[in-house]
Unconditional design. Structure first.
Length: 311
């Protein structure tokens, strides 16, 4: 079908922002540890594909997440594309200072809607995490950096099971009060389904502008594309994805990668929704990084388009 004939369906947005999280969320959980040079090459390819935001690094303890240990070198080695926001995870001031030094444009404080996951992932309670994030948030504002907040386990937790929509909204409110410019509602273990996703997004939107909420869906149970569509229906227009469906989360056993960027772009193309991203370049980047890891890309659309040799 000629997608240029399409305009977005009434009620759906005409433009969607895709945040590429492959270099961070994707690679942090791949068993194959890639060289710094390969990671830099990967980010450089993504920079040319048209993403406005690339999550490139993570300034966390290398003992907790060894795959992200080279973040400083990676940030120093990439060719920055004008207008691209390069973001990085910063759980505390130590992480913030390293991120500032590395010249990131956006820092990400990452909490959880589940107490049990907060302890496992960042070694403190939700309330303690908000306390730690306050200094990072203030420092981000002082240094004119964008501030993003991320909420893990918004649809379920590998340790505590159910997570209520109200507990997600409570964390949204606290991150809003810290001054976040954008807040990610994350399905860490991919258990969300469309009606549940709409409920949680609706609760979150009572506390924070729907225009600055994003959907971060892992595709563990194959629900991510359906959940993105369900989110579009309730006004969400920012989504996270990983080229080649890379990744998972080291503190959520069995968690698989983020929804594949190629699949999300193919969906958006079919819906007549603009993203500003070149699907062809993304397919190439997905095939490249999957070859480096030594496996097939976890993207149905990416593999199909690569096999046809055309996009
Ligand atoms: P802690 O042990 O409670 O911290 O860890 P601490 O302050 O007691 O420090 C302990 C050691 O870590 C010290 O080193 C610090 O210097 C060092 P030592 O004296 O033992 O040699 N340290 C650091 N080193 C480098 N950078 C730092 C840093 N902070 C302390 N920033 C901490 C607390 C948060 C640091 C730790 O738990 C940690 O690094 N956790 C990593 C969690 C993580 O990265 N998880 C994966 C990312 S989140 C995710 O994937 C979810 C998301 O995708 C959304 C979703 O899908 O759900 C965002
Ligand atoms: Mg994630």
């Amino acid at each position: 079908m000629d997608s240029s004939l399409l305009t977005a369906q009434p009620g759906l947005p005409g433009f969607v922002k895709i945040v590429e999280v492959g270099p961070r969320d994707g690679l942090q959980n791949e068993a194959t540890v890639l060289s710094t040079e390969v990671k830099i090459d990967f980010i450089n390819q993504l920079s040319l594909a048209g993403f406005s935001t690339i999550e490139a690094a993570s300034f966390v303890s290398p003992k907790w997440v060894p795959q992200m240990a080279a973040s400083t070198d990676i940030m120093a080695g990439i060719r920055r594309h004008p207008g691209v926001i390069y973001s990085a995870l910063t759980p505390n001031m130590k992480g913030f200072e390293a991120a500032l030094e590395a010249g990131v444009n956006e820092v990400v404080i990452f909490g959880s809607a589940s107490e049990a996951f907060s302890q496992k992932n960042i070694n403190c309670s939700i309330a303690e995490s908000i306390g730690r994030f306050r200094s990072v948030a203030d420092a981000a504002k002082d240094n004119h950096l964008r501030l993003r907040g991320s909420i893990s386990c918004s649809f379920g937790c590998p340790y505590q099971g159910e997570v209520s929509a109200q507990s997600v909204a409570d964390v949204v409110k606290q991150l809003r009060d810290l001054g976040c410019d954008e807040i990610d509602i994350a399905d860490t273990i991919g258990v969300g389904t469309p009606r549940h996703v709409q409920t949680v997004m609706t609760y979150a939107a009572r506390e924070f502008s729907v225009d600055a909420l994003s959907g971060h869906f892992h595709d563990t149970y194959g629900q991510a594309l359906a959940n993105i569509y369900a989110s579009l229906e309730v006004g969400i227009h920012i989504f996270h994805s990983s080229v080649g469906g890379l990744g998972g989360c080291p503190y959520a056993k069995g968690a698989t990668g983020n929804v594949a960027t190629e699949d999300v772009l193919f969906l958006m193309q079919g819906l007549g929704i603009e993203t500003g991203i070149d699907l062809h370049k993304v397919v190439d980047a997905g095939q490249f990084i999957s070859r480096q890891i030594g496996r097939k890309a976890v993207s149905r659309a990416g593999n199909a388009l690569a096999a046809r040799g055309t996009v």
